[in-house]
Design a protein around this ligand. Structure first.
Ligand code: F55
Length: 837
């Protein structure tokens, strides 16, 4: 160790590990060094991609220094940490973000341009890290940015999938899926920790024996095991030296296990087992808000939670504290029910391996965990069949049954003689076969449960967790309204607007305290400021128009109103209602005289989003959008008054182009179905107005920006139940305008109507579950109000500025601070800059 070294050696190390300087020449030297050594290339055969690789490697060097320094200082100080367990981290690109957060974008930009490359092209050579489906995965990424920026000691834990969310291509109007093998070229944003390997076991049986005190001990004898290998992804904070970590696990076959089969002379089986081991972290499941129930998914969940907990416990044990101190050192946040097995695994480690009593162990467990719910949709609730679970995790099943038994005994004590209540609250659903309700397990094993927007947090208290509120009391159930990081979603995605804001406010402090945007209000009556504001929007629209030309081969005018709906395709999000309203608009224009047409507000309707590969109705919506686009876009009677595009393969980096370019965006879920939504926040932050229902965070956005700056329509969450009932039992007729639209589709205005019959059937009177007909008239009216408002560009620009100015609440910094104070009990720990690498 260092202490044993002679003075000269220590001094030599100190001198040689001085931090790199931040000047252009130093940066260029490092880039060229990586070109000529790491990449083994010469300057003359460089393309944008190899330039990207070299800049990435140079950026990575600086990230690693900060990572080392942060982790070293935190190891010594050993403050309480939060561990964010998420099966998804939808990070997108890393290079631009890392350079901006480290304050090095300007220097690297200059350096790269002088070396003969265009920085934007170099940045665009990076492939997205797309290890997530949508909002839930992107939320985890935003929270990691905020945790680092606020200097919180935090680690993310996830899986290192070989294949991220599939790539979407549109063939004949239909979605087709292609594998996203994102690791084709070396990934410079991860540090393989091949030395950190944890053995994870599956299957087998449980041996129960009496120990010398007569206590029954349970011993799990697994049938097979795999290795978990750690890959670390550094997450730099903005304007701080702190750099946090996301540890992603990769599955590998264990050597000993291979050998068993191999020595038994069964070569084929040993190779097959090895392949099965690697399969665990092969692919991200592409479902959002639906549950597939596949065995491999359960294996992923256990593999990941067991490896993460083992790592967390190992780190805790280094400090040689009492077990009862564990919750004072460790907070674990469960991002949805996907990591709920961590509760069971910790209980198993404490009882079976550390020999704690059940009650002592359970107290530690429940003080450690907290659970975030992201949905109330019944089809999204995770359930695992008991027989499948028992086959994979026999000891864990026993523990779940014990947790359930002790829990129901306490419920029975508090509310005696209520079989219905016990049935409803049980972790085990009495079906054929029995099912494990993961949401119930997560509630029982956590000290706090939160929803992700005010409405949603109230809804879960009165619906899915009502009985649990009655039992535990109100305090266990809290709200943590989602947020987004202004670093990626304004500073990085909209650099011109970011600069205008910093110039106007006299500093860039707003990027760490988003409430400072409020001061923009004083500029609303300044015509010149409004002009600059709108010029930036127009610039961003030109950029998006170029992307649309390239990806969709459609020319759109940046002077038209850009109307955007980009998000996962799902019935509850009602993209179907949007395209039906577009058809209505098309038919209206077609029926107009030339002079009537002259007063129509031209509109470009932009769609984007992926459908789960097995979600037939969602995929038909994509087909309908493309069929409508094909007809509308080539109709000379319409011209530039209406264009429709479906941008293929929507992902984080495409969102970074779309979000700053939107005039109006659509957040139109049936009230009570969208837990929060987060793109609504991204659009409004970038001065885009929104049209939406009284759902999720739309309601809180309205409260912040004022009802005159948002277009609200549709029924309210508390009306939904009655509306559905009325539809079903009183046969409320379909909205007449909607009826006209449906007739047009059925007449074959947009391709063979047979194709769309299953889609149209979802609107059959009495079956319109998402209330498209009930909301249709008010939706059309709201869209007309948008057209009218947009015609007055001066007033629109004022609304736009007011939107941005009032978005302070929706910074993920605010969300993360609330979690830290109210749930995790952690404090920020800024590291000291000691000037070395
Ligand atoms: C992914 C896998 C499963 Cl098994 C279930 C759900 C998902 C998923 O992607 N959910 C998701 O994205 N939920 C969204 O979370 C956002 C962040 O809280 C919310 O804003 C959004 O309303 C919600 O739908």
């Amino acid at each position: 160790e260092k202490a044993k070294w002679p003075k000269e050696t220590v001094e030599l190390w100190e001198r040689l590990s001085k931090k790199e300087a931040n000047d252009v020449e130093t940066v260029q030297k490092s880039i060229v060094h990586h070109v000529t050594t790491t990449l083994a290339r010469a300057a003359y055969n460089m393309d944008n991609f190899s330039a990207y690789q070299a800049v990435a490697l140079s950026t990575r060097d600086r990230l690693i220094s900060r990572w080392n320094e942060t982790q070293g200082q935190l190891s010594k100080a050993d403050p309480k940490r939060v561990y964010y367990l998420s099966l998804e981290f939808l990070l997108g690109r890393s290079m631009d973000n890392a350079l901006l957060n480290m304050g090095l974008k300007g220097t690297y930009g200059k350096g790269v341009e002088q070396l003969g490359f265009n920085m934007e092209d170099v940045i665009e050579s990076e492939v997205d890290a797309a290890l997530g489906n949508g909002g839930l995965g992107r939320l985890a990424a935003c929270y990691m940015d905020s945790l680092a920026t606020l200097d919180y000691p935090a680690w993310g834990y996830g899986l290192r999938y070989n294949y991220g969310i599939f790539q979407q291509r549109i063939v004949d109007g239909y979605q087709t899926e292609y594998p996203d093998y994102w690791l084709n070229f070396d990934n410079p944003w991860e540090l393989p920790r091949l030395d950190i390997s944890i053995q994870i076991s599956f299957g087998g049986h449980v041996q129960s024996i009496q120990d010398e005190y007569g206590v029954t001990r349970h011993n799990w004898i697994p049938a097979q095991s795999v290795q978990a290998i750690a890959y670390d992804v550094p997450i730099p904070g903005y304007d701080t030296e702190n750099c946090n970590n996301i540890r992603l696990w990769r599955s590998k076959p264990t050597k000993t296990f291979d050998l068993t089969s191999f020595n038994e002379g069964n070569y084929e089986k040993s190779v097959e087992d090895a392949t099965n081991a690697e399969k665990i972290t092969s692919v991200l499941y592409p479902n959002d808000n639906t549950m597939a129930g596949k065995e491999l998914r359960l294996k992923q969940q256990y593999f990941w939670t067991a490896a993460s907990l083992h790592d967390i416990v190992r780190r805790f044990k280094k400090s040689r504290r009492e077990w009862s101190d564990f919750p004072d050192q460790v907070a674990i946040q469960l991002n949805d029910t996907h990591p709920t097995l961590a509760i069971v695994e910790l209980q198993r480690l404490l009882v079976d391996e550390e020999m704690l009593s059940w009650d002592d162990a359970w107290e530690i467990v429940t003080k450690t965990f907290a659970f975030t719910n992201h949905t109330v949709l019944p089809e999204a609730m995770e359930k695992w069949s008991v027989p499948m679970f028992e086959y994979l995790l026999p000891r864990h099943l026993q523990i779940i049954f014990d947790i359930n038994l002790f829990f129901l005994q306490k419920v029975e004590k508090k509310f005696p003689n209520d079989r219905g209540l016990l049935n409803r609250m049980s972790i085990i659903e009495e079906a054929q076969p029995q099912q494990i309700r993961m949401a119930h397990l997560a509630v029982v094993g956590s000290h706090k449960v939160n929803g992700v927007a005010a409405l949603h947090s109230n809804l879960i208290k009165t619906t899915i967790f009502k009985d649990f509120v009655d039992y535990y009391g109100e305090d266990k159930f809290v709200n943590k309204t989602n947020g987004i990081t202004p670093r990626r979603w304004l500073h990085q995605a909209n650099p011109k607007l970011s600069k205008l804001i910093s110039d106007t406010l006299g500093s860039d402090k707003w990027l760490k305290d988003l409430s400072l945007l409020k001061k923009l209000t004083t500029k609303i009556d300044n015509a010149e400021f409004r002009k600059s504001w709108m010029a930036i929007k127009r610039h961003n629209k030109v950029r998006l128009a170029e992307l649309i030309k390239i990806r969709c081969n459609v020319e759109v005018s940046p002077d038209a109103l850009f109307d955007v709906q980009v998000k996962r395709i799902h019935e509850y999000k009602r993209q179907f209602m949007n395209i039906l309203a577009v058809i209505h608009r098309y038919r209206t224009i077609k029926s107009m005289t030339a002079s009537q047409k002259a007063s129509v507000q031209p509109r470009v309707v932009i769609f984007g989003g992926k459908a789960a590969p097995g979600y037939y109705i969602a995929k038909l919506v994509i087909k309908l959008i493309n069929s409508v686009a094909a007809v509308v876009n080539q109709d000379p009677a319409v011209g530039d008054l209406l264009k429709v595009v479906f941008i293929p393969d929507y992902n984080v980096s495409v969102a970074e182009v779309i979000v700053p370019a939107s005039d109006i965006s659509q957040h139109i879920s049936t009230a009570g179905t969208e837990a929060s939504g987060t793109s609504n926040m991204k659009f409004v932050l970038n001065g885009g107005l929104i049209i939406g229902t009284m759902d999720g965070a739309n309601i809180e956005i309205l409260e912040e920006i004022g009802e005159e700056n948002i277009f609200i329509f549709g029924c309210l969450a508390h009306e939904v139940e009655d509306l559905r009932h009325a539809q079903r039992y009183r046969g409320v007729p379909m909205d007449p305008a909607l009826q006209g639209v449906i007739s047009a589709i059925e007449k074959g205005v947009f391709e063979d109507p047979k194709i769309f019959q299953p889609l149209i059937s979802t609107l059959t009177v009495g079956k319109d579950f998402y209330l498209i007909s009930a909301d249709f008239a008010s939706y059309i009216a709201a869209n007309q109000a948008v057209d009218t408002a947009y015609k007055n560009q001066e007033e629109w620009s004022k609304k736009s500025i007011r939107c941005t100015a009032n978005m302070g609440k929706f910074s993920s910094d605010r969300s993360v601070k609330e979690y830290a104070d109210d749930i995790w009990g952690i404090k920020s720990y800024p590291i000291v800059d000691e000037g070395h690498m």
